[in-house]
Design a protein around this ligand. Structure first.
Ligand code: V0V
Ligand code: CO
Length: 145
């Protein structure tokens, strides 16, 4: 079902500061930035590698407010790894399959994700404590801009 690790999502208080750290420390490059109102985040994608069907990235996440998934996470746990996202060929189908295997879906149907992707989240309590995201990359990935 999984083709790759699409991204690791990292919660931070200050997106610009965290981007600068990852750039100067690991020589990573920002390839996309987005404000996603529905998810309550301002985010940046830093490319690690390209691959067939999509690349792999670090996703830095700053909450748009305290009453958002990342805002609540920061208040409760502080900065750090927020979720792990796996690349799948068909996210709607993957959600359906995983749901039928007894894992609670936070999204019954795919939502809009970074860089035109379609995404869906699984409940962390049903995945051994790891908030898990399934990602179907946009057509035409990997992007090279
Ligand atoms: C909460 N819990 C976590 C967790 N967040 N465990 C591991 N990792 C996390 N990130 C635990 C929490 O400690 C509780 O355990 C339990 O789950 C229920 O949490 P809660 O605090 O009662 O509930 P909420 O209201 O904080 O909601 C948690 C969930 C929420 C996971 C349901 O954050 C959610 O719906 N997330 C999905 C959307 C999201 O995260 N969007 C932001 C990324 P105890 O204390 O009861 O043991 S957007 C993104 O990645 C995009 C756009 C993209 O990739 O393109
Ligand atoms: Co994500």
């Amino acid at each position: 079902m999984f083709m790759r690790i699409d991204h690791v999502g990292i919660a931070c208080h200050d997106l610009e500061e965290r981007i600068a750290f990852f750039q100067r420390t690991f020589d990573l490059t920002v390839v996309a930035r987005e404000i996603n109102e529905e998810q309550g985040v301002k985010e940046a994608m830093l490319r690690i590698s390209d691959g067939q069907g999509g690349g792999s990235y670090i996703q830095l996440l700053e909450p748009l407010g305290p009453d958002t998934p990342v805002g609540k996470f920061l208040a409760k746990r502080g900065e750090g790894v927020h979720h792990v996202a796996f690349g799948v060929p068909d996210v709607a189908r993957a959600l359906e399959e995983v749901g039928s295997r007894g894992v609670r879906l936070l999204d019954e149907t795919p939502r809009h994700g970074s860089m035109g992707s379609s995404i869906g989240f699984l409940h962390p309590k049903d995945v051994g404590g790891m908030l898990t995201e399934l990602v179907q990359a946009a057509e035409g990935q990997p992007e090279t801009t």
